[in-house]
Design a protein around this ligand. Structure first.
Ligand SMILES: [Zn+2]
Length: 71
Protein backbone atom coordinates (compact mmCIF):
# COMPACT_ATOMS: atom_id res chain seq x y z
CA UNK A 1 0.00 0.00 0.00
CA UNK A 2 3.04 2.22 -0.07
CA UNK A 3 3.57 4.92 -2.61
CA UNK A 4 0.04 6.28 -2.73
CA UNK A 5 0.11 10.03 -3.00
CA UNK A 6 -2.73 12.38 -2.26
CA UNK A 7 -3.12 16.12 -2.28
CA UNK A 8 -3.26 17.57 1.19
CA UNK A 9 -6.87 18.74 1.63
CA UNK A 10 -5.62 21.82 3.38
CA UNK A 11 -2.76 23.15 1.31
CA UNK A 12 -2.67 20.85 -1.68
CA UNK A 13 0.82 19.59 -1.10
CA UNK A 14 1.43 16.21 -2.63
CA UNK A 15 1.86 13.91 0.33
CA UNK A 16 2.14 10.23 0.97
CA UNK A 17 -0.98 8.46 2.12
CA UNK A 18 0.41 5.60 4.17
CA UNK A 19 0.98 4.42 7.69
CA UNK A 20 4.24 6.29 7.56
CA UNK A 21 2.31 9.53 7.47
CA UNK A 22 0.41 9.95 10.73
CA UNK A 23 -1.23 13.09 9.39
CA UNK A 24 -2.72 11.53 6.31
CA UNK A 25 -4.42 12.63 4.27
CA UNK A 26 -2.82 15.87 5.35
CA UNK A 27 0.82 16.70 4.77
CA UNK A 28 1.58 17.74 8.33
CA UNK A 29 0.25 18.17 11.83
CA UNK A 30 -0.29 21.84 11.13
CA UNK A 31 -2.57 21.22 8.19
CA UNK A 32 -4.52 18.56 10.04
CA UNK A 33 -4.99 20.75 13.09
CA UNK A 34 -5.99 23.74 11.03
CA UNK A 35 -8.53 21.72 9.09
CA UNK A 36 -10.10 20.24 12.18
CA UNK A 37 -10.21 23.69 13.71
CA UNK A 38 -12.15 25.00 10.74
CA UNK A 39 -14.59 22.16 11.05
CA UNK A 40 -15.13 22.75 14.74
CA UNK A 41 -15.69 26.46 14.27
CA UNK A 42 -18.31 26.72 11.57
CA UNK A 43 -18.00 24.48 8.55
CA UNK A 44 -19.24 21.45 10.42
CA UNK A 45 -22.33 23.18 11.71
CA UNK A 46 -23.24 24.65 8.35
CA UNK A 47 -22.90 21.26 6.75
CA UNK A 48 -25.35 19.82 9.24
CA UNK A 49 -27.65 17.56 7.32
CA UNK A 50 -30.94 16.29 8.73
CA UNK A 51 -29.42 13.41 10.64
CA UNK A 52 -32.84 12.35 11.90
CA UNK A 53 -33.38 10.88 8.50
CA UNK A 54 -31.29 7.89 9.53
CA UNK A 55 -33.88 5.33 8.59
CA UNK A 56 -31.58 4.18 5.86
CA UNK A 57 -28.73 1.91 6.78
CA UNK A 58 -26.33 3.66 4.50
CA UNK A 59 -22.93 4.34 5.91
CA UNK A 60 -22.57 7.78 7.51
CA UNK A 61 -20.91 10.51 5.50
CA UNK A 62 -17.25 11.19 6.24
CA UNK A 63 -18.31 14.35 8.01
CA UNK A 64 -19.97 12.32 10.71
CA UNK A 65 -16.84 10.47 11.60
CA UNK A 66 -14.50 11.98 14.21
CA UNK A 67 -11.09 12.17 12.68
CA UNK A 68 -8.02 10.67 14.16
CA UNK A 69 -9.80 7.73 15.69
CA UNK A 70 -8.97 4.27 14.51
CA UNK A 71 -12.11 2.21 14.33
ZN1 LIG B 1 -0.84 20.52 3.90
Amino acid sequence: MAGIKVDCPKCGTRTEFSAANPWRPFCSARCKTNDLGAWASDSYVIAGAPLEDASSDAEPPPAARPAGRPS
